[in-house]
Design a binder for this molecule. Structure first.
Ligand code: PA5
Ligand code: MN
Length: 190
């Protein structure tokens, strides 16, 4: 039997911290190539390099059948019309699905089926759960005025494949139109 400390962890739904867990921080400079408006990105980065999001993760055990979870916190803000977002990824083990649970703030998730390219935008809010099927790229945006926090629960062997997104990016973007998030086709690079 595993020790109690690996069976129980405590997280803060507002700060996104998990007691005793390691946290990864992503600043604006880490998101180069993600935002459609590269001129707005470079102009913002010339002014400052703010923290865009952090992820704390708990990995109690490795192996088939085990589960891990992470708590993400995305700050409010935009680059051009696009909301602050995560890098986004596919799971290295493609069949791995994931559940996201909104904790605080207001977000959306962009899901893209790797085989068909079909894209969907779903709300991520407190008291809602988003199911990310296997073989699906996923990215999360904060579309509200306060920090967005959420939990993601995934198979221990899922892994993160960032390189596929870094090469091709998502087919769609999420922008603010009349104060609301709208999913659009990614504009061609000029
Ligand atoms: O495992 C997940 O899907 C999440 O915990 C993400 O890692 C988190 O949302 C941060 O996104 P990304 O890993 O794309 O930077
Ligand atoms: Mn994931």
């Amino acid at each position: 039997m595993q020790s109690l400390t690996s069976l129980l962890s405590t997280y803060d739904p507002l700060t996104g911290e998990i007691a005793g867990a390691s946290t990864v921080e992503r600043h604006l400079c880490d998101l180069r190539g993600c935002f459609a408006d590269s001129a707005a990105f470079e102009a913002a980065l010339a002014r400052a390099n703010p923290l865009l999001y952090s992820v704390a993760a708990v990995a109690p055990a490795q192996g088939e059948g085990e589960l891990h979870y992470g708590v993400g916190k995305i700050m409010p803000g935009k680059i051009g019309d696009e909301y602050y977002m995560t890098k986004g990824h596919l799971h290295a083990w493609r069949p791995a699905a994931e559940f996201y649970f909104g904790l605080s703030g207001e977000g959306v998730m962009l899901l893209e089926d790797e085989a068909t390219g079909e894209s969907r935008m779903l709300p991520l809010r407190p008291n809602s759960a988003v199911y990310v099927p296997g073989f699906t790229a996923h990215r999360t945006m904060n579309v509200g005025p306060t920090p967005l926090t959420y939990i993601g629960v995934y198979p221990a062997r899922a892994g993160h494949d960032y390189s596929t997104i870094a090469k091709a990016n998502f087919r769609c973007i999420v922008v603010e139109r009349d104060g609301k998030p709208v999913m659009l086709e990614r504009p061609a690079r000029t």
